[in-house]
Design a binder for this molecule. Structure first.
Ligand code: NDP
Length: 316
């Protein structure tokens, strides 16, 4: 059998990298498979203003680079690959990437969450041609144009405020008559001279042939249909947990989040942290904190499990 690692961490966002820092400093020798989209959602975030220790704010990618450097400094081994399969049915656990098969006594899952889409054919057809889920990545291409942001949460507010610096006008399209976003973010949007809000509007399709021309919305109250002209539409309607790998392996809640008790999952020796198991807070700081907890939990569990294995081996 190939080398059995003490702990493999799957996912390289704030949760996974924090787990790696703690596990490396505890001399556990963690291997972190960070995924090709390494760094997680902070890689597509602009200014992070609420991460303690950075009173002037910091760019998301820069913060993640610092996390990564800190993990490497203490000897965490980083593998940039996507995990394609796991086997949690017996220990040591199996983890497969395109190139490798790895084994570990313990796993920490920190695969995070991904942007949700509306599920319209026209949205899929025009993705990359004016339909986007990342204002930071794609806003630049639409300087001085009219843009639409779909959603009513903090992500939508953040995208709208960012795009208002670039666009001639931003319309936030929301399906209800009230934002879900925090008050401070909502107020910034509502008070912004370049941002309009279209309440009670359900997106029916994205209009355009090759490039986006606008968004067709239906008024949820009156049923009236109208087209809002836009050169691009930014979909910001929340996230889904990245748990496809674990559907048959771990207990998940009805939305697909990993069910945890602390950081323990339904399989002994497997821990989860960050957005993949957090339906409530979903912040970089809470992800990092739960990564720390998962590392400590797995380290304690490992110590007990390996001790038990060695003493039962002695008596065999
Ligand atoms: P949320 O789940 O908070 O909001 C999603 C929004 O999209 C809601 O307004 C929802 O409408 C709407 N929506 C969902 N599905 C659809 C659909 N099919 N069609 C139309 N609209 C839809 O997700 P966010 O990504 O905004 O935020 C996630 C978490 O991250 C939150 O806790 C948020 O506070 C946090 N966050 C914090 C930031 C910060 O502090 N700087 C920045 C970004 C996020 P409805 O309201 O009707 O359900």
């Amino acid at each position: 059998m190939s080398q059995v690692h003490n702990v493999i961490i799957i996912g390289g966002g704030p949760a996974g990298l924090t787990a790696a820092i703690y596990a490396a400093r505890a001399n556990v020798g963690p291997v972190i498979i960070e995924g090709y989209a390494a760094g997680g959602q902070l890689m597509i975030t602009t200014e992070v203003e609420n991460y303690p220790g950075f009173p002037e704010g910091i760019q998301g990618p820069e913060l993640m680079q610092m996390f990564r450097g800190q993990a490497e400094r203490f000897g965490a081994k980083l593998i940039t690959a996507d995990v394609t399969r796991v086997d949690l049915s017996s220990r040591p656990f199996g983890v497969w990437t395109d190139a490798d098969e790895l084994r570990a006594h313990s796993l920490i899952i920190s695969t995070g969450a991904s942007a949700r889409w509306l599920g319209l054919d026209s949205e899929t057809r025009l993705r990359g041609f004016g339909v986007s889920s990342c204002a930071t990545c794609d806003g630049f291409f639409f300087r001085d144009r009219e843009l639409v942001v779909v959603g009513g949460g903090d992500t939508a507010m953040e995208e709208a405020l960012f795009l208002a610096r670039i666009a001639s006008k931003v319309t936030v399209v929301h399906r209800r008559d009230e934002f879900r976003a925090s008050r401070i973010m909502a107020d910034r949007v509502l008070g912004h001279p370049k941002i309009a809000v279209r309440w009670n509007a359900e997106v029916q399709q994205v209009i355009g042939d090759g490039v986006v021309d606008g968004v067709e919305v239906r008024d949820a109250v009156t049923g009236a249909v109208e087209v809002i002209p836009a050169a691009a539409v930014f979909v910001a309607i929340g996230h889904d947990p990245n748990t496809e790998l674990f559907v048959d392996e771990l207990d998940l809640d009805p939305s697909g989040y990993i069910l945890t008790d602390g950081t323990r999952t339904s399989v002994e020796g497997v821990f989860a942290c960050g957005d993949v198991q957090d339906t409530v807070y979903r912040q970089a700081i809470t992800a990092a904190a739960s990564g720390c907890m998962a590392a400590i939990d797995s380290e304690r569990w490992l110590e007990a499990a390996l001790h038990q294995a060695s003493t039962s081996g002695q008596h065999a």
